[in-house]
Design a protein around this ligand. Sequence first.
Ligand code: SF4
Length: 130
Amino acid sequence: MEKQAFPLRPHHGLCLRFFQGKGYSDDFVANMGIIQQTLESNPMIRLAPEMDKICGSCPNNQSGICTTQEKVLRYDAGVLRLCGLEPGQILPYQNFARMVTQEILQPGRREEICPDCQWSGLCQWKQEEP
Ligand code: SF4
């Protein structure tokens, strides 16, 4: 089971929710769209604060280390903490997405996690989201 789970950085649960075709490079944007589609089928995911398939097409991925490592590890830890999840936890993507909505977005806590992200201005949660 664990080997088949789709690896996902915890804070990417927020990035995926707000993705609107903008990102670090054309490759990054194209890859992000593919991953969004993949996750629509609700695969099991493994939440780990490490490089994932989104990082795989990111220009900030320098030989497996993010150039903003301090920030992204902090974001990963924040998402896990607010959702009450542990590093390495495996669960269906939709369950995780629901936790992100209920524990972070609905209570208005997104900016506690990633206020200093360069894309933060794009990430305005709308009440009509599931
Ligand atoms: S900025 Fe860092 S954490 Fe975010 S996708 Fe790029 S390599 Fe991954």
